[in-house]
Design a protein around this ligand. Structure first.
Ligand SMILES: O=C(O)CCC(=O)C(=O)O
Ligand SMILES: [Fe+2]
Length: 843
């Protein structure tokens, strides 16, 4: 392929035009061709196809043309049609073709239609008579005269003037071959006009625009500068600059911390999605909390009888000699029983509790009436000063407040060896903390409650004595790893029927916990939260009854009460994950108006002060009129959830716990806890998009046929369940690409529907009820064990309880089925394998 790149040209500049030849798409030569003929000869000798764009007269735009030809030759060459009359060839005197004229032959006189468009220099030179070359001079028999083939032109040109000098050395037949359709430089144009979208046009216009606007800006700034200089003699530019710098920084900070979506996206989001404030406002100030109990409950000397003391001393001696202690800061440790992981712990391996210690635990359980038998023993070894400098023997101030410790349990410490001081300091006293000292003597015991850990910290200070003897403290705790997922539900009568533990209709063993009563917000007891990993507050319905609420300020007062309670809980239990459940709408319209406003205000309050507290949607408890669904409400009761409602509530809470656990474990919200103060953090936008805002609870609008149709459609296709499921899965998995994940999810569902694949392992009550219903066709209310197994299989559950309630009678009820299915699903999620299989990560 040959490309010829013309430039702007007038006939007088043709000689400098360059033709660019490329072959096989490679530029092979850039050849300054002084005439078309040279170019033609080159092309004839080579085999490449070619495209010639001759130099154009000034009124034509320069352009590059990659195509081959309009009128093409065999080689794809755009032909030049020369009309020549060789001065050296006598035969040429007789024109052999109509286009070839001898220099002396004159044709008709015609005005050139292009004369006007030629540059002024050229136009001066351009003769009016077409029978003469535009140069107006005679060629003195040296040049061929060639005639433009265009009917409306027919202008003659000297070969030299038309940049065809070489033509004069050609023979007549060669010239004839060239001259069939020659167009003169005035007429020759490309048959392919430059498209309007051509990059060069865009560049040209944007360049022009930029240049114009830069020039304009420059003009303006110059005149401004001049005006300022003349009017204001001296400006402190340094201070302005520094202010500008700090403003820029503020803007950047704001951008960084802002969690609001850009305006457009914000508008695009459905109304029910969560919003967070751009910058979280710090929580209310820390306040002085009065400790309800002392730092330790009990201290007793000479605790162990001599035989137990002797065997314990033997064990400690053995541990010391066998170098079983693992060094930590200021002391060493040895762990037995249930693993106890605390901040700074270095020993992950534990041995079973040895007999000597087991016997001591038996005694402790009886003597101290322990409801939970300690199952974890940590021995601290403070070596004597021959092994460790006195000032290096200590245990730093800390609280035993790890999530795995049972909330209502005791932490018991037996001291063996040298007397050492243990000191205690309150955490929330405000002023200089008052220190309590306890001297622990050999064979003494002191007992702390788990709750006291949230009020006090304790430690074993280094001594300034030159010499100290060794000391051991044998500490006993009740731990359970599942307690890391423990739940406390603080709520009104709607939470009364939540039962913790395992078995039918219970929360399940994966989520230990308890429910405490708070009929009204003011009854919430922050201390009850101590030791629980997750706290759900579901309270407020009674505060919002129509008898109590006379104006908006009454509702605001309840929100303020809640704020105070939350603030205290946050201060007392910084590690606890808090969930506020929006007040469930009732079936009383007037009351729902109060509830709607309250939820709205709580939402705002949380956004402003506690952005880390989850305020989850409860929309799936409502019917299409945003009233508590009649299916979930007790008969003749407009407020309370029925058994199904409670089961749904429990499922919802469990999903909340799992979602948050996964969310935090992925470091999306790294709440860092430092000495009791939780640092606020922002929530990433991607996730916020999927957090559910409490639905707008409106008083019921008059049903209209369109909305009924829409409702019927939504119900028929189970759209809310689909979205509920998908949102849960999305939050749970938090894939990089949410869109792809959802597509994949829907495809999985589709496969399931087509009975090709496994159903995702997280399902709603509706899913389970539907599967149960398919098996219990006669509506007996139970299914057989065989059906139970196949139903779980249908739901994609692989591991499940093989002996559920009712298995002896071969009658598995719907609640049992639901509990077991859910428990199994949750177990599978936690073991993550089947879950991740059901929700493959989408790249
Ligand atoms: O050595 C002591 O008395 C204190 C031990 C202690 O606080 C602990 O192990 O957590
Ligand atoms: Fe401790």
């Amino acid at each position: 392929m040959i490309y010829i790149l013309p430039g702007l040209a007038s006939p007088s500049t043709y000689n400098t035009t360059q033709l660019t030849f490329t072959s096989c798409n490679h530029v092979t030569t850039i050849c300054p061709v002084k005439c078309y003929l040279k170019w033609w000869l080159l092309v004839q000798c080579g085999s490449a196809s070619a495209c010639l764009v001759p130099p154009l007269p000034l009124h034509h735009q320069p352009m590059v043309n990659k195509s081959s030809t309009s009128s093409t030759s065999r080689s794809g060459l755009r032909s030049l049609n020369l009309q020549a009359n060789s001065p050296t060839n006598p035969q040429a005197k007789t024109p052999s073709s109509p286009g070839i004229l001898s220099p002396k032959v004159s044709t008709s006189l015609l005005n050139s239609p292009l004369n006007d468009s030629i540059g002024s220099n050229s136009s001066k030179k351009a003769p009016k008579k077409k029978s003469h070359c535009p140069c107006g001079r005679s060629s003195s028999g040296k040049d061929w005269l060639v005639l433009c083939c265009r009917q409306d032109c027919k202008q003659q040109w000297h070969t030299s003037c038309a940049n065809l000098k070489g033509a004069n050395s050609l023979t007549q037949p060669q010239v004839e071959a060239l001259t069939k359709q020659w167009q003169c430089p005035w007429c020759f144009t490309l048959s392919y006009p430059k498209p309007g979208s051509h990059a060069s046009i865009l560049n040209e216009s944007s360049l022009l625009e930029n240049t114009l606007s830069s020039a304009l800006i420059q003009n303006i700034s110059e005149s401004l500068e001049a005006a300022i200089k003349s009017k204001i003699p001296a400006i402190d530019t340094a201070s302005i600059e520094s202010r500008l710098e700090s403003l820029t920084k503020e803007i950047l900070d704001f951008k960084e911390h802002s969690v609001l979506l850009p305006q457009q996206q914000e508008n695009d989001r459905p109304d029910f999605l969560f919003k967070r404030p751009p910058i979280p406002i710090p929580p209310p100030e820390r306040r002085v909390l009065v400790t309800p109990e002392g730092p330790f409950e009990h201290y007793q000397e000479d605790y162990l009888p001599s035989d137990q003391l002797a065997s314990l001393t033997d064990l400690l001696g053995y541990l010391k000699s066998s170098a079983d202690f693992v060094p930590e800061k200021g002391h060493s440790v040895k762990l037995y029983g249930e693993p106890y992981n605390y901040t700074g712990s270095r020993s992950s391996v534990t041995d079973p509790i040895p007999e000597e210690l087991s016997k001591i635990i038996d005694k402790l359980a009886v003597d101290l009436c322990l409801s939970d038998r300690p199952n974890s023993v940590l021995i601290n070894y403070y070596p004597d000063s021959s092994r460790l400098q006195s000032h290096e023997s200590y245990l730093a101030m800390h609280s035993d407040d790890e999530g795995s410790i049972l909330p209502d349990s005791k932490i018991v410490t037996l001291s063996i060896g040298a007397s050492r001081k243990v000191i205690f300091q309150p955490k929330h006293s405000g002023s200089e903390p008052q220190t309590t000292e306890l001297t622990t003597n050999h064979n003494s015991l002191y007992v702390m409650s788990r709750a006291s850990q949230n009020w006090f910290k304790h430690g074993v200070p280094a001594t300034d004595a030159d010499e100290i003897d060794e000391r051991f403290s044998v500490t006993f705790r009740s731990l359970h790893q599942q307690f890391k997922r423990s739940m406390l539900v603080i709520g009104d009568s709607n939470t009364k029927d939540i039962q913790f533990g395992s078995g039918t209709g219970k929360v399940g063993k994966s989520f230990p916990g308890k429910r405490t009563k708070a009929s009204k917000v003011v009854h919430i007891d922050p201390q009850s939260c101590i030791g629980y990993a997750n706290v759900f507050i579901m309270c407020g319905t009674n505060d919002l009854r129509c008898d109590y609420i006379k104006s908006k300020s009454d509702i605001q007062a309840v929100v303020e009460q809640l704020k105070d309670k939350l603030s205290e809980i946050k201060q007392l239990c910084p590690n606890t994950k808090l969930f506020v459940i929006p007040v469930m709408p009732s079936r009383i319209r007037q009351m729902n108006l109060n509830i709607e406003l309250y939820n709205e205000l709580v939402d705002q309050m949380l956004m402003a002060h506690f952005p880390e507290i989850w305020f989850e949607g409860i929309y799936n408890f409502l019917d299409h009129q945003d009233m508590l669904s009649v299916k979930l409400t007790r008969e003749n009761d407009k407020i309370h959830l029925n058994v199904k409602g409670i089961a749904k509530l429990v499922t919802y809470m469990k999903i909340c716990v799992l979602n948050r656990e996964k969310y935090e474990s992925r470091n999306l919200m790294s709440v860092s806890i430092n000495q009791g103060s939780a640092h606020q953090n922002t929530v990433p936008n991607t996730l916020l998009c999927f957090e559910l805002k409490v639905i707008k609870i409106m008083s019921a609008p008059a049903p209209n046929p369109k909305s009924q149709m829409a409702e019927a459609y939504v119900q028929k296709h189970r759209i809310p369940e689909l979205f509920e499921n998908m949102t849960a899965a999305l939050i749970h998995s938090q894939p990089e690409n949410a869109k792809k994940f959802m597509i994949k999810y829907l495809e999985t569902l589709k496969e399931y529907r087509d009975e090709k694949g496994s159903y995702p392992a997280m399902f709603t009550d509706a899913n389970m009820t539907a599967v149960f219903g398919m098996l219990d066709v006669t509506n007996k209310g139970y299914i057989s064990m065989e059906q139970y197994r196949s139903a779980l299989k249908t739901l994609g559950v692989k591991k499940y309880n093989a002996r559920p309630d009712g298995c002896e009678k071969d009658q598995i009820s719907l609640p049992t089925f639901m509990t077991e299915a859910e428990e199994a699903a949750i177990t599978s999620i936690m073991s993550s394998q089947p879950f991740s299989k059901a929700f493959p990560e989408v790249e």
